[in-house]
Design a binder for this molecule. Structure first.
Ligand code: GSH
Length: 207
């Protein structure tokens, strides 16, 4: 049995969760060992592994380090010899990558809103910055709701990204999205019902 890959991430990281879900879907969960990371700790080796100090990053047995989450998911698909999550035809592949970028961008903007609350003093908080980020979240959700990826089998890479974004919005609540996007509420219910193991990755984060 080959050495495991090390996934540097906290259990609370949404992008780390996306990669953990991908490893489960691809059937290689046992070969990906999660090793906790703290981007705020200057002594954490995360900053040597990814100079940007962001998680997740994937440390391979040969010492190579991969980031960000998009690159890691694509690498894991190739590693698992799985062609379900990304189409092979170049145009379809580019479209799917764009959908992943859109859904991940919702999570990115939601993170910016959460960080604003976490890292800035009350007097420094910017309502216009928050509203700028909120616009990205809401427009992203609207676009995804009009072009939903599969919620059951076989999943697409953008399904994992959308489940990540919605799970993060539900958990940290930077915006209220459920009343505006009933199609997405239903989509997330279907996803969680069909993939209880993937849904559980969110529960791990909240304990
Ligand atoms: N585009 C990156 C985003 C990664 C990211 O923003 N990770 C957050 C945690 S979920 C982080 O490490 N934040 C700490 C920082 O930005 O310093 C990806 O897809 O992996």
């Amino acid at each position: 049995m080959s050495d495991p890959m090390l996934l540097r991430t906290s259990l609370t990281s949404p992008f780390g969760r996306k990669v953990r879900m991908a490893a489960i879907v691809l059937g290689i969960n046992e070969q990906v060992n999660v090793v906790g990371a703290n981007p705020l700790d200057e002594n954490d080796s995360l900053r040597q592994q990814n100079p940007l100090g962001k998680m997740p990053c994937l440390v391979l047995p040969n010492g190579a380090v991969l980031y960000d989450s998009k690159t890691i998911v694509e690498y894991l698909c190739a590693y698992a010899n799985n062609s379900d999550l990304f189409p092979s035809q170049p145009f379809d592949l580019a479209l799917e990558r764009s959908r992943v970028t859109l859904a991940d961008g919702i999570t990115d903007a939601a993170l910016m809103m959460v960080y604003e609350g976490r890292f800035r003093e009350q007097s420094q908080k910017s309502a216009s910055w928050l509203s700028h980020q909120q616009g990205k979240v809401m427009r992203g959700l609207l676009a995804m709701s009009k072009n939903l990826p599969p919620a059951s089998h076989p999943l697409a890479a953008s399904s994992l990204s959308l489940a990540t974004a919605l799970g993060y919005l539900d958990w940290r609540r930077p915006v209220e999205w459920r009343s505006s996007y009933p199609e997405l509420v239903k989509w997330l219910d279907d996803f969680n019902q069909h993939h209880p193991l993937l849904a559980d990755t969110l529960l791990e984060a909240s304990v």
